[in-house]
Design a protein around this ligand. Structure first.
Ligand code: ATR
Length: 288
């Protein structure tokens, strides 16, 4: 496939989906889902849906009434979607945010959160030999992305997860809420000892992203076998990943999490579990 989708025709029975957010112009989801629609020859469409927060509830109901199959929900509406759903998946309830909505045939609104799924699937695909739950993990950050990663790692069987966050109280509150003995809060900035025995280091903060401050971290104590991953994908190779790679650690960039988190929605709305490939990565990264 070239980097352009030449044209698209729809029938009277096309399946419709989209991404709601405010703003939504930055979203890569239409390009990503449009690629899969073209690849699998599906009679469907996936649209950017800029919806002001004050119109969120009315827009969601309207999309259902218009016969949409579902929508992705992005910032700032991931939390707003929670009370609008008739049914929430366990993982959406635990994370406290919805990123994937499906309109059931009977009109019920089903909310799910696929960020943790995307996180784990990305590691599985990009580092198939890494046993990232063999030892403790360190997770930097205690925001929305951190919640998704923490629950996914707990479900995956991680024996211990150390959270480090600039605002200590936020990490303490999150640990108290999750209430699992495997979760520990450690100091920010990290003491080298916190890294000494780990199998996974994850950055879920916005540090290192284009336009954001650098993530300052000393990796001296990190075992060389530990997998290092960043949920930031702009730039693709963050300073953290470059630093880890230089000392011989396996690394996984954050783009795959974005691509894999989109799979369950596409599967439900359009009927195929789509593949994440190198060509898709290039397509999503290339300018429109
Ligand atoms: P998201 O939903 O993407 O996780 P968020 O909830 O705003 O976004 O969380 C951002 C995370 O990045 C937080 O862990 C935040 O730390 P604080 O809880 O102390 O705010 C972290 N973060 C953002 N800017 C930071 C900075 N300059 N230094 C350290 N941590 C930072």
């Amino acid at each position: 496939m070239t980097s352009r989708i030449p044209y698209q025709t729809l029938s009277g029975t096309s399946r419709l989906a989209g991404v709601m957010g405010w703003p939504v112009s930055h979203s890569k989801s239409p390009r990503l889902q449009g690629y899969w629609l073209a690849k699998y020859g599906i009679d469907g469409s996936y649209m950017p849906l800029p919806v002001e927060p004050k119109n969120f509830q009315a827009a969601l109901i309207s999309l259902r009434n218009l016969g949409f199959s579902g929508v992705n929900v992005t910032i700032p509406q991931k939390e707003m979607a929670m009370p609008e759903c008739d049914e929430l998946s366990d993982r959406a309830r635990r994370i406290g945010a919805v990123n994937t909505v499906t309109f059931a045939k009977d009109g019920r609104i089903l909310g799910d959160n696929t960020d943790g799924f995307g996180f784990i699937e990305n590691l599985r695909q990009e580092a198939p030999n890494a046993d990232f739950c063999a030892g403790p993990a360190v997770v930097l950050g205690a925001g929305g992305a951190s919640r998704a990663v923490l629950f996914a790692l707990l479900d995956e069987g991680s024996p211990e997860i150390r959270i480090a966050n600039r605002t200590r109280k936020r990490a303490d509150d999150l640990a108290a809420e999750i209430n699992d003995p495997r979760i520990k809060v450690v100091d920010w900035p990290l003491e080298p000892a916190a890294l000494a025995d780990i199998s996974l280091l994850v950055n879920t903060t916005s540090l290192g992203m284009v336009g954001q401050p650098k993530l300052e971290i000393n990796l001296d104590g990190l075992p060389q076998t530990a997998l290092v991953t960043d949920i930031v994908y702009a730039p693709l190779i963050t300073d953290l990943l470059a630093q880890a790679q230089k000392r011989g650690n396996p690394i996984v960039d954050g783009l795959g999490m974005l691509l894999h988190q989109a799979r369950p929605g596409f599967h439900r709305w359009f009927g195929i579990d789509p593949e994440v490939t190198a060509e898709l990565r290039d397509f999503v990264l290339s300018p429109d």
